[in-house]
Design a protein around this ligand. Structure first.
Ligand SMILES: O=C(O)CCC(=O)C(=O)O
Ligand SMILES: [Fe+2]
Length: 362
């Protein structure tokens, strides 16, 4: 297949059909995940107001004065959850021009020793009900419905990879850690980016982009391909975890946002339990043979860590592979939030890593 010039649109309603229909859909998605790593899905079956209510909530939140938003400032959370102003986050060592709220799956805080990434477990920060009524209800439904849709997609991807349909869902374990980012992009200043070019860190991303364009995906010739907003569509893309576990058969594709005017989006990053390992899936050897025949797939990398960037490794060419999803996330936080990381480290909030457990390289 030649290099892609658009992101395909796939109707998912066939997933409720018979075996042959499901298999055809799984095959179609498998090809797209191999060649492009990005797809717009329709027929996703989300409730009619699930997305609209989240966008209304975002509108109301982002219009609040900064001192109200600061009630849930991410800097107050030892679990990296909450609001941050424009410029707090960095991607590829460059400031992103967006503000956002990060909400994660909620699990009890970790007590005692363990790998540093266990620090991510804990409660979200919620706005007081009188300032932002209904936020827990609206976001609770979003997490439930997006999680169920993502699990359906895991079933189709498992099928496409020749695995049993529940293979990937089982892999996700008992304490999956998914993230929702509610994002507000001001018009992107010339020469900058709302979010700079990056790979997604985790497994599978589902994205509601609203009506304003700005999302761009990079093809293997390095060209930026626009993903136009689709009124009934959700963007789905793959993260580095899935790329690694499929031996690069599926690809995590670089993307960025340049917002022509104010733009909001809601991203749901479907993630497994923090101790889920990045071990290869038990795939038929034909998958590895297909990868070996494609230089682009063979050389697909991870985002470089800070020390690698300093040593001259290109932004998305790292050969470093963490052992677990938790380590992968911890690397992401170290890259994107060096100041927060340094503060936690200096106040002793960070749980100690066990020796030899931070990362490994191949
Ligand atoms: O806002 C968007 O359309 C994309 C956001 C994104 O790629 C991300 O937050 O990882
Ligand atoms: Fe992304």
């Amino acid at each position: 297949m030649s290099d892609f010039t658009h992101v395909p649109i796939v109707d998912l309603s066939g997933r409720a059909g018979d075996e042959a229909e499901r298999r055809a859909l799984a095959e179609h998605l498998r090809g797209i995940c191999h060649e492009i790593g990005f797809v717009v899905v329709t027929g996703h079956g989300l409730g009619s107001s699930t997305i609209d209510d989240v966008f209304t909530l975002m509108d109301r939140f982002f219009a609040l004065p900064a001192d109200n938003k600061a009630l849930i400032d991410k800097a107050r959370s030892p679990h990296f959850r909450g609001w941050e102003a424009v410029g707090a986050e960095q991607t590829n060592n460059r400031r992103d021009i967006r503000e956002q709220i990060d909400l994660w799956s909620e699990w009890p805080e970790h007590q005692g020793d363990g790998p540093a990434y266990l620090n991510l477990l804990g409660p979200n920060q919620w706005m007081p009900e009188e300032l932002l009524p209904g936020s827990r209800r609206v976001m609770g439904r979003w997490f439930d419905e997006l999680g169920a849709l993502a699990n359906d997609l895991l079933g189709l991807l498992s099928m496409g990879l020749g695995l049993s349909e529940d293979h990937l869902v089982t892999y996700f374990g008992d304490t999956p850690m998914s993230l929702t980012k509610l994002i507000n992009y001001p018009p992107t200043p010339q020469g900058q980016a709302g979010v700079n070019a990056h790979h997604d860190t985790g497994f599978l991303t589902l994205l509601a982009t609203g009506e304003v364009p700005g999302l761009q995906v990079q093809n293997s010739s390095g060209e930026w391909v626009d993903v136009p907003p689709h009124p009934d569509g959700l963007v789905v893309n793959l993260g580095e975890l899935l790329q690694a576990m499929t031996g690069n058969y599926f690809v995590a594709t670089a993307h960025r946002v340049i917002a022509p005017r104010r733009r909001r989006s809601a991203a749901y990053f479907h993630g497994p339990s923090l101790d889920a390992r990045l071990d290869p899936l038990p795939l038929d050897e034909s998958f590895a043979a297909t990868v070996a025949a494609s230089e682009r797939h063979v050389s697909a990398g991870f985002m470089a860590q800070r020390d690698e960037t300093d040593a001259g490794v290109a932004d998305m060419a790292s050969r470093h592979r963490p052992d677990t999803y938790g380590e992968q996330l911890w690397n992401y936080f170290a890259r994107s939030y060096p100041n927060l990381m340094a503060r936690y480290a200096s106040t002793g909030t960070v749980v100690q890593s066990s020796p030899g457990k931070t990362s490994s390289s191949d």
